[in-house]
Ligand binder design. Sequence first.
Ligand code: SIN
Length: 308
Amino acid sequence: MMKKFKYYKSKDKLPSLDDVIDCSENNKHAVDKFTIDINKEIPNIGLKDLSDWNIYSLKDCPGLIIIKNPFTSLGQRYYIKKLLKDYTKNHPNNLLESRFKENVIKDFWTSWTEEVDQQQKNLIKKSMRWTTLGYHYDWTNKVYNEENKDEFPEELSRLVSVFAEVLNFNNFISEAAIINFYHIGSTLSAHTDHSEICHAPLFSISFGQSAVFLMGGSFKDADAVPILLNSGDVVIMSGRSRLNYHAVPRIFESESQTWNENDDTKNCSVLNPDDLKECISKESWKQFEKYLMDSRINVNVRQYKNKI
Ligand code: SIN
């Protein structure tokens, strides 16, 4: 894992992406097609028809499942807006009181969009690295705490429940999430997610620029598989892969902006109409587009407690 992390992170010598698994025809040796029941009914929450979903499992990593962008273009924009603007409001984040005023810490998006001093604007953007939702993760003690939680955002919970049901992971309850914000050049070092009592699958959804995601084994020294993650891709760490080491050594400019392809409202009828308008209007979307130019957002959702 560490060798590959260093290789893909390298700034001096651009790494070759030839060995990175992108689930295309070229990777037949590494992935299996994952079949689902395409006749299941799913709500109109910005997802493509089930018959258009492409799902894979990794041969070398039992339990790891990848759904290649199941979102409609507008669906992607809807959840990007939720993650950047709505879910960053009044939730714990890494912005420090010693560096930022209360309004910036409490409402990152408004502060960033309204800031006129370019230097301060860049600082706000680059400094925001994570926000937590539901049960708030205590990074120092690596625990969740019954006294430190908010209601989990309903629309994110509904989205993940649909992924869980389609894959036959029944009764998944979204209880905790971390939104990670990355910029070109950011990395996330190798770690495991083991603080949850319940090791139900972990759902990890990415938007914006692309990333090399490294999936390792149960020891840090074990070899890792490099996987390409593009906007809209969903990684599910279930079964034996749930507690494996993983990392993000590289963020890079994506080949296409699938979130910008069209304004088709097909399969979006259950989404909030005012929020949708904000994603369709060129004027209000401008700020989101600006943010995404060199950034990636990842939200990973966990079930924390044992099922009752
Ligand atoms: C994480 O493991 O916390 C995030 C993974 C990602 O950004 O894809």
